[in-house]
Design a protein around this ligand. Structure first.
Ligand SMILES: Cc1ncc(COP(=O)(O)O)c(C=O)c1O
Length: 405
């Protein structure tokens, strides 16, 4: 059995590195996918291995629309959906279809660090709009809109990576109204929308796709398996027309037909909803464990809020040592250290103690937030979380004396 993580920059065996935002082996649905593959091959026709529709297989979109139309999700039509190879690819695709080099994109400050490179790949100017505890600060956003006239606004509205903050329904509606007023497109990265394990978020931006310039980006990475590289965009007919006129789609249809055939089996068999419930209860236990372990080993260093869904805790380091707030969902704790302390200064001690975290500056558009750090609880079991936080607490306390008398 492969127990080692096999991706670029993977932590060494034996290390409990909380920078890893991927599920642990025991939460990856091998048996479910084996069953789904078996059912697909039992009835598949040779033509199903051909190219397919530009928006993605119609049967898949019907199954996905029915799944997304579950109570609370609003009514979703198959015509409003196109398949993607996940949110990272969707962002790249959206940039190539809807922006030009030199355009501006607004992002949350802090935000998902790997999105920055995608925007830079397309020559976009990135402007960070601060979060104020309840998601994007809408006053600041509106002030900056007139000055920068962005083409795109990228938001992670439910359980933001890295802070765990969720945008209220009122702010969502205001953002959609602003998108019409200032003519920008909202790219809502809703990767954690279904991964709450506490207070659920407001309905997805997909429910507002008909009311403005909205792209709701979804993914199976966090609700099934990242390696599938399968996701979707929900949007209105006009934006769908621009997206599907892409030469890549004209040449061969949608990105990931085969995987979509397999995943359709799983959705049609009613297996996705219980699997997500299984993930939620596991992540709830891990979030609880991280919260407890932080209290045991980092009290006096940081404060945090236990997430109600997803993988992450967001920790805040207070004056003196550290603070954090327990989020309502997502993968992360975000810790804030006193302003004069650089979280990076704890990395070496963390490595020596066989643990690790993501430095906050990586999540900042301008290399700020140096005094913050992100911890994910997705990749480790409850006992490993206790052990890893104990190691981190020892490492931080040892270094802390350098900064705080
Ligand atoms: C906010 C956010 N967006 C996108 C992704 C990646 O999504 P995908 O695997 O669908 O490309 C991640 C993965 O951690 C994420 O945290």
């Amino acid at each position: 059995m492969i127990t080692a993580v096999t991706f670029d920059g993977a932590p060494e065996q034996g290390t409990i590195n909380f920078s890893v935002g991927q599920p642990s082996a025991d939460l990856l649905p091998l048996a479910l996918l084996r069953g789904a593959c078996g059912r697909f091959f039992a009835s598949a026709q040779p033509l199903e291995l051909n190219y397919g529709e530009r928006q993605g297989d119609a049967r898949f979109r019907a199954a996905l629309a029915a799944f997304l139309s579950d109570p609370g999700g609003g009514e979703t039509s198959p015509q409003s959906l196109m398949l993607t190879a996940g949110i990272s690819q969707a962002l790249d695709f959206v940039c190539s279809r809807l922006t030009r080099p030199g355009d501006t994109v607004f992002v949350e400050e802090p935000s998902y660090p790997y999105s920055f490179q995608i925007f830079r790949d397309h020559g976009l100017k990135i402007v960070g709009i601060p979060l104020d505890g309840q998601g994007m600060d809408m006053e600041q956003c509106e002030r900056q809109l007139a000055e920068h006239r962005p083409k795109l606004l990228y938001t992670i509205p439910a359980y933001n990576n890295p802070t765990g903050q969720t945008l209220s329904q009122e702010r969502r509606e205001r953002l959609v109204a602003l998108s019409r007023k200032y003519g920008f497109i909202i790219a809502a990265d809703e990767v954690y929308q279904l991964l709450h394990h506490g207070e659920p978020p407001p309905a997805s931006f997909g429910t507002m796709a008909g009311h403005g310039n909205v792209l709701s980006l979804g993914s199976f990475s966090k609700i099934l398996a990242p390696g599938l590289r399968l996701g979707w965009i929900q949007t209105n007919a006009e934006l769908m027309g621009i997206l599907t006129a892409s030469g890549v789609l004209v040449s061969g249809g949608n990105f990931n037909h085969f995987t979509s055939h397999v995943v359709r089996q799983l959705i049609e068999n009613g297996e996705l909803t219980p699997f997500i419930a299984h993930l939620r209860s596991n992540y709830a236990a891990r979030a609880e464990a991280m919260d407890k372990a932080l209290h045991t080993h980092l009290d006096g260093i940081a404060t945090w809020q236990k997430p109600q869904g997803g993988y992450f805790f967001w920790l805040r380091l207070l004056d003196g040592i550290a603070t954090w707030q327990k989020p309502q969902g997502g993968y992360f704790f975000w810790l804030r250290l006193p302003a004069h302390i650089d979280a990076e200064d704890f990395q070496a001690a963390g490595r020596d103690a066989s643990t690790g975290f993501m430095s906050g500056a990586l999540c900042s558009t301008a290399g700020g937030l140096k005094n913050c750090l992100r911890l994910s609880f997705a990749h480790y079991t409850v006992p490993d979380i206790h052990e890893g936080i104990a190691r981190l607490g020892r490492a931080m306390r040892a270094v802390r004396g350098t900064f705080i008398a």
